[in-house]
Write a protein that binds this ligand. Structure first.
Ligand SMILES: *Cc1c(COP(=O)(O)O)cnc(C)c1O
Length: 463
């Protein structure tokens, strides 16, 4: 995103201050289809509607702040991923992006599998009827109890993350009279974030077992000797919000190289590789994500080519998109409160939520856009920073954006692309009540995660 100051149309400054923004948009009422969910549109009166329901009605019925998820869009994205990868590959939705029982049902109905990384996520998945064999269990520090529950439930795979865990899972499975299918998570020496990937310092992290120095080969050696586990493949996850396929290319090449080494040493061709998730989405108009079919084509080509070169049968591929499925399907609706113009700087617009419902801006310097959605405005653009109501100056929802200069308390504004890592990372900071998630589809709106109440908060505080 452009970081240069832009001279056009500011209300409170002749030259705009430093920030992460491009020029003010020519039409503040326009909705960029890239960052909004499929059914989002403006009525002739200028009110945002999604799934056929206007946000003014949604706000009346469900209050603000609230997350609204476009169920048709979520399902369409599931189908796009499943169809792109076809029947020779598996798509695992990464539940940590956002998980609820309704989401589990949608995934189940649309034929996706599910990644979980805690006992709580596992309980949600099983409780909502996801067949255990379609669940993968991840994590760098799974507890004995979590492993027991996963093995006893019969999860399709456990992704092993350390030497200790190889032994731990095997022992638990033996004790339960099972042979647990497992993959080993390796670090391939590439870490990808946003637009570039870095090929140094990547092994210096808590996840996985390094390919470098023969660590991963040693892990395979040990895993193949144990009776409680059945090693079915190798797993690699290289980062998040990735647009460039080059990182996946290096990752796939190195994983295939390990498969070839395993074949040479043990005479075993491991049948699966998992290339992880991390595929990027458009948070702002400057982001250009790939379509699932392009990603599937690129990954299939890379793996097929590398396997042919190594004279290996092409393994079954799996991928684990989280953000790329749920991220674009939801927006957060806020009501505008205090508006504070700072002469020569920008206007601070306070909303009724903040870092408790979207920590990504504070945590990762994430970028978002924001739009006035309760009415049309033809006022000139003003540079704003949308901030929350928490006692923290880093409580920023949207660092730099333009809203119409006639913005007033009581207006509704929406931040799109908040489906992933917003509700799932929400907190009770300042005893905020975590917002509800409302599914909207075809003229009907339904709460899938209800708003927290003060009673919920006080119930945990046993005095
Ligand atoms: C977080 C994670 C994902 C999903 O990442 P997204 O950026 O949401 O696609 C997939 N696999 C693993 C192992 C992860 O840790």
């Amino acid at each position: 995103m452009s970081r240069s100051a832009h001279p056009a149309g500011p209300r409170h400054a002749d030259v705009l201050p430093e920030g992460h923004y491009s020029a003010p948009p020519t039409d503040l009422n326009a909705l960029d289809a890239k960052v909004w969910s499929r059914t989002a549109t403006r009525t002739p009166e200028g009110v945002l509607s999604m799934g056929g329901i206007e946000v003014t009605r949604l706000a009346e019925e469900f209050g603000t702040p609230a997350y609204f998820v476009d169920e048709a869009d979520f399902r369409a994205r599931c189908r796009a991923w499943r169809d792109a990868f076809g029947t020779d590959a598996d798509v695992f939705y990464a539940g940590k992006a956002f998980l609820s029982r309704a989401v589990v049902r949608w995934l189940h109905e649309e034929g996706l599998n599910l990644d979980v990384c805690s006992g709580g996520e596992l309980a949600t998945a099983l409780g909502a009827g996801m067949p255990a064999e379609r669940i993968a269990f991840h994590g760098n520090n799974k507890s004995e109890e979590e492993i027991e529950r996963a093995v006893a439930a019969g999860v399709g795979r456990i992704v092993l993350d350390s030497f200790q865990e190889i032994v731990r899972v095997s022992h638990i499975a033996e004790r339960l009279g099972r042979r647990q299918p497992v993959q080993i998570r390796v670090t391939v020496g590439v870490e990808a974030h946003t637009h570039e990937f870095i090929a140094t310092a990547h092994e210096d992290q808590k996840f996985g077992i390094a390919l470098a120095g023969g660590q991963a080969a040693e892990a395979v050696r040990r895993a193949l000797k144990l009776d409680g586990i059945e090693l079915i493949g190798i797993h690699s996850h290289i980062g998040s919000q990735i647009f460039d396929m080059a990182g996946f290319e290096v990752s796939a090449r190195r994983v295939v190289q390990l498969l070839a080494e395993v074949r040479d040493e043990h005479g075993v061709e491991l049948p699966e590789i998992d290339l992880g998730g991390g595929l990027g989405i458009a948070y702002t108009s400057d982001d250009d994500p790939r379509e699932p079919h392009e990603i599937a084509k690129a990954l299939n080509e890379i793996v097929t080519r590398e396997c042919a070169a190594a004279n290996l049968r092409t393994p079954r591929i799996s991928v684990e998109p989280g953000r790329a499925i749920v991220g674009p399907t939801a927006f957060t609706l806020y009501e505008v409160g205090t508006i504070k113009p700072l002469e020569g700087l920008r206007t601070y617009v306070s909303v009724d939520g903040g870092m408790s419902d979207n920590i990504r801006t504070a945590l990762y310097d994430a970028e978002y856009t924001v739009t006035l959605v309760s009415r049309r405005s033809d006022a000139e653009p003003m540079l704003v920073r949308v901030v929350g109501k928490h006692c923290e100056s880093g409580d920023i929802v949207v660092r730099d954006a333009f809203l119409p200069a006639d913005l007033a308390p009581g207006d509704l504004i929406a931040v799109p692309a908040t489906g992933a890592y917003c509700r799932s990372m929400a907190s009770n900071y300042n005893h905020a009540l975590r917002p509800p998630v409302v599914a909207v589809d075809d003229g009907a709106a339904r709460v899938i995660v209800r708003r927290e109440t003060e009673e919920d908060l006080l119930r945990l505080d046993v005095g």
